[in-house]
Design a protein. Structure first.
Length: 150
């Protein structure tokens, strides 16, 4: 029964991350969205803001980390799960390692700049990483965004 609830929650939170990704696309940003949940409560939601902030580190995950640690008042996200629409890059995976987040759930794989390409062990050793949740929706959003740029 627990896995059914977990899967339902994963889909619900990933849909919210997809809403964030859609906001990014509407702002001309690469459409990636992130949600951080702690004990069933959303404590952060963000989307890419690299162009708007003129900051190459303003990835959805990085902005969500900043919001989440502010919300909980500490640097560790030990009771949290990150939902992100696309596989985190190495920078984001490294930052998440320092938060000691125990679970990361992503949608689409990122074969060009995803953390897997560079370091399979980028996350904290106790972090469980799961990909493929609503992957098709995430891929479609990315494909549509980049097709509009060509």
């Amino acid at each position: 029964m627990m896995s059914v609830t977990l899967a339902t929650d994963d889909i619900r939170y990933m849909r919210l991350a997809l809403e964030e990704a859609q906001k990014a696309a509407e702002e001309g940003e690469v459409p990636i969205g992130a949600i951080i949940v702690s004990r069933g409560q959303i404590i952060a939601r963000a989307h890419n803001a690299v162009e708007r902030l003129n900051d190459p580190t303003a990835h959805a995950e990085m902005l969500a980390i900043t919001m989440a640690v502010d919300a909980i008042g500490g640097k560790y996200l030990r009771d949290c799960t990150l939902y992100v629409t696309v596989e985190p890059c190495l920078m984001c995976a490294g930052a998440l390692r320092w938060t000691q987040i125990p679970r990361v759930v992503y949608g689409a794989s990122e074969p060009k700049v995803g953390y897997h390409l560079f370091a399979d062990n980028a996350f904290h050793p106790k972090c469980r990483v799961e990909g493929g949740i609503l992957a098709a929706e995430s891929e479609d959003l990315m494909r549509t965004f980049f097709a509009s740029k060509r």
